[in-house]
Design a protein around this ligand. Structure first.
Ligand code: PLP
Length: 273
């Protein structure tokens, strides 16, 4: 596989990043996962906007958008595949041990992996740990994902593919790598960004395209929602057929199925919505 590093394509087996890279030593980095359909990135402009917002939030220099676009095109050209996932990683770069950044500037890596369409529905669990809706990096897509790794492992142990968090005041927030929607009396609701969730790109499109409302929701809404679905770059819109011990027979239900159809139709026509 080819990856993009230091301004050009390199072989992924031999490419080298400093062992003192701040992304590695202290998790000082940001990233984006971008879906690529038949070699073409989906919603890349929105991903570049969020990458820039995350960079500003961490006090990193703005990523060079032209370089990131060129890097995505180059890795996609180098390894054609029907459905891919681009991973853009941008870190504080080589630095001294400790939390101060070095002065060599950021590291940019763009890599490509294969992806596959996810099942129409999945099982999720809730976890007892909370998202902090008022943290210094809340809402930024940082590489500090250890909490998500732990929660996802808990989900896997229980035969689920996602773990959902509440925030510190007990409101439904998001999953380890997805946003969550619930259907109540035919209306679609999703937690607002103020709940501490990531401003997911699929979430924003789903809100625009289905008219879903952004609402503060207690975690126990999951016990009574008529339908639940997840959104993310790699899941698109995916129904939930079990949450903890509760089965939701027939998932994806009619409202979720409609949201899936709308998403497939629109996203299929517009690669940069
Ligand atoms: N929430 C978290 C914590 C995520 O990591 C992700 C995606 O990776 C999402 C939500 C969904 O965001 P998007 O739709 O932009 O992929």
């Amino acid at each position: 596989m080819k990856i993009w590093l230091d301004g050009g394509l390199q072989d992924s087996e031999s490419a080298r990043v400093s062992v003192f890279d701040h992304g590695l030593t202290v998790g000082d980095g940001i990233f984006e996962t971008v879906k690529a359909v038949e070699g073409r990135p989906f919603a890349l402009t929105r991903h570049l906007d969020r990458l820039a917002r995350s960079a500003r939030g961490l006090g990193l220099p703005d990523p060079d958008r032209d370089e990131v676009r060129r890097a995505c095109a180059a890795v996609l050209d180098a390894d054609p595949m029907p459905l891919g996932r681009l991973r853009i990683t941008y870190t504080g770069g080589h630095g001294p041990l400790g939390s101060d950044r070095g002065d060599r500037g950021p590291t940019l890596v763009v890599a490509l992996g294969e992806s596959a369409r996810r099942p129409d529905s999945t099982a999720v669990i809730t976890v007892p740990w909370t998202r902090n809706e008022r943290g210094a990096v809340t809402g930024l897509k940082t590489t500090s994902y250890a909490e998500n790794v732990v929660a996802l492992a808990r989900a896997r142990e229980q035969g689920a593919s996602e773990a959902l968090f509440a925030n510190t005041v007990g409101q439904l927030c998001e999953g380890t790598g997805s946003n969550v929607f619930v259907v109540l009396d035919g209306e679609i609701h999703t937690p607002p960004v103020a709940s501490g969730c990531l401003a997911g790109i699929t979430r924003a499109l789903a809100v625009e395209w289905t008219g879903a409302k952004e609402s503060d929701l207690p975690l126990d809404v999951l016990e009574r929602a008529d339908e639940i679905f997840l959104t993310s770059t790699l899941r698109d819109v995916q129904g939930v057929h079990r949450v903890d011990g509760r089965e939701l027979p027939g998932a994806p239900g009619p409202v979720t199925a409609k949201a899936m159809r709308i998403f497939d139709e629109r996203a299929g026509h517009d690669l940069d919505p």
